[in-house]
Ligand binder design. Sequence first.
Ligand code: UT7
Length: 324
Amino acid sequence: MTLSLSGIGLALPRRRVSNDELAQITGIDTTDEWIQTMTGISSRYMTTDETLIELAEQAATDALADAHIDPSEVDYIIAATMGCETSTPSLACHVAEHIGVQCPAVDLNAACVGFLYSLDYAAGLIERGRARNILIITGERMSAHVDWTDRRTCILFGDGAAAVVVRPGSALQYLNLQTRPDTEVINQYRRMCGNSPLSTPDEETPMHLEGQKVFKYAVSLMEQEITTALDTLQLQADQIDHYLIHQANRRIIDFAIERLGISPDKFPMNIDRYGNMSAVSIPALLHEMRKNNTIQPGDTLLMCAFGAGMTCGSSVIQWDPPTT
Ligand code: UT7
């Protein structure tokens, strides 16, 4: 079918923050033991003087080098993000300027499912003959969204950006997206800081997260997505080589592993070192698996993510790395 993944880049902030450091910096009442036991997280990267724009530019440059593609060959840029330092221009436009291209560049916001939504858009563009070298960027500065006095939420997230080059190919076997609308369980109100004479300024709030409700959604949506993907493709669970699951909480993944009865060895994790990086989680897993050779040509990958909205989706890809 439609597309193949062809080059991956990952950019992380310089500062790695352990659970103990986080407790010390914020003054919240927590412990390394609680965070590790309840989430599987031991550290995360947090921006200090870097911007999300810079991380995205770095990830994009690295992905293009990895794909052996000259920036001038990029003919569409999609950035999946809840927002960068500028509301406008988009993060995608910043990357276009950085790599020096004049192709279409647009942001989309599907929270933690942004990478899978971007793949769907890219597949459509390729099918229509609209683009051949699509640069997908996922990037989030979660540390700038969360409430650092809310110990249930602030310990969960990390910052970073990843980029993947997508080209025509036959890797994509399956892609399903859905929304189970619930706009209360995770939300954040952003202040529109213009000064309209006809309306009052909007309230601004940091991210609000109803952890237990999200947890339950995540476990059931993940189980449903994986089962539907396997049924649709008429595959047995063990015919999938790697399950790349959005890294929201290790316990969410463990629950699903138990309920689905699939070997935990098939579930690579990076939440221990990165926390929840939203849409960056899955491409970051891919990046790491490429680097340490745990992913081989011909391997079948099932990706599954869920996030604010509630958005949800899954995709099956046969790994066919770029020919150089
Ligand atoms: O990408 C999607 C984004 N979000 C998620 O995926 C989040 C999904 N939800 C979760 O991961 C979990 O709900 C959390 C890890 C956020 C919280 O775990 P929980 O099992 O739902 O804990 P809880 O909120 O019910 O809190 C249990 C206890 C409470 O103490 P009491 O009231 O029983 O005395 C909390 O006050 O744990 C306490 N607690 C903490 N203690 C130490 C909550 N946060 C902390 C903390 N350190 N950081």
